[in-house]
Write a protein that binds this ligand. Structure first.
Ligand code: FES
Length: 86
C-alpha cells in the first residue's frame, strides 16, 4: 500500500516495489499507474501538466496518461502497473 499524495489532475513518477511508476489521478480520483521508464531507451518520463501527457526527456517520445505511444521514437506502449493506494 502506498500514500500517493496526488491531487486530481496531477501526475508524478514514484518508486514503487523497486521500480519507477508513473501515476496520474484524474478528476474522479481514479489512479492510472504505468511504467515510468520509456520503452525506447529506458529514460524516466516526466508529467506534462499542460498537455496532460507523459513526456520522455531523452529523445522526445510522448505517451497518453494510460501509457499509449502518442509520438516516437518509442513504438511500444508503457505497461500498466497495479498499485495499492492507502
Ligand atoms: S529514451 Fe525515451 S525517447 Fe529516447
Amino acid at each position: 500500500m502506498i500514500e500517493l499524495d496526488l491531487k486530481p489532475g496531477e501526475g508524478k513518477v514514484i518508486d514503487y516495489q523497486g521500480q519507477k511508476v508513473a501515476v496520474y489521478k484524474d478528476e474522479k480520483d481514479r489512479i492510472f499507474a504505468i511504467s515510468g521508464n520509456c520503452t525506447y531507451e529506458g529514460c524516466i518520463i516526466n508529467w506534462d501538466p499542460v498537455q496532460k501527457i507523459w513526456v520522455c526527456p531523452c529523445c522526445g517520445s510522448r505517451y497518453s496518461l494510460e501509457g499509449k505511444v502518442l509520438k516516437g521514437p518509442a513504438t511500444v506502449d508503457l505497461q500498466k502497473v497495479k498499485i495499492k493506494e492507502d
